[in-house]
Unconditional design. Sequence first.
Length: 211
Amino acid sequence: MLYEAQSHQGARFLTEGRVNYPQRFAIDWTLVDDNGSFAKNDTKKNENWKTYGIELIAVADGKVVGIKDGIIENEPLSEKMAVRITRETIGGNYVIIDIGNDLYAFYGHLIPNSLTVKIGDTVKKGQVIGLLGNSGNSDAPHLHFHLETKSNTYFGGEGIPFHIDKFIQLKKYSEQEVTDLFNANNVSLDSLNPVSKTNELPIGYGLIEVE
């Protein structure tokens, strides 16, 4: 699984007269297949991407406090977005879950009309909340996930770090290398350097394996 974390650190918003950074610890996730490819055949079709249409699940018990639906999807690797990107459309179709401790979990870029929850629903950890797509500020099918502090406004909190219980760090990349990987539709699975990680947050750009 390819991840991009560093690119979100400087993403700021102006909320109720103050500057905040809800995406400070956000990570974008994109699956690769056993051959290291993001998509089969034509990369311009969302349905050809391995990430497209996968079920998204709640990371913890909680209550749905925000959703957006009906935003049409982008063509992968296109310089033009399907809708004008504003504060309200940047996350595409999304789900926000209050997971307690004054924290919100945000899932962005879902397929329109694929959400399986509504505002006010109580969800359990592992429950499916929708299908992953390519809506909003997204140049290819991927999941944008982050935690932020509770607020009264969409993207109005501060980003909070989280950890993954166990994963294997396979490789690290630069931002330009990640761009090149997407353009080539291939991640080399040779010369990997597996390192087991426990209770850590992936940083920068890289390739990891999780169970």
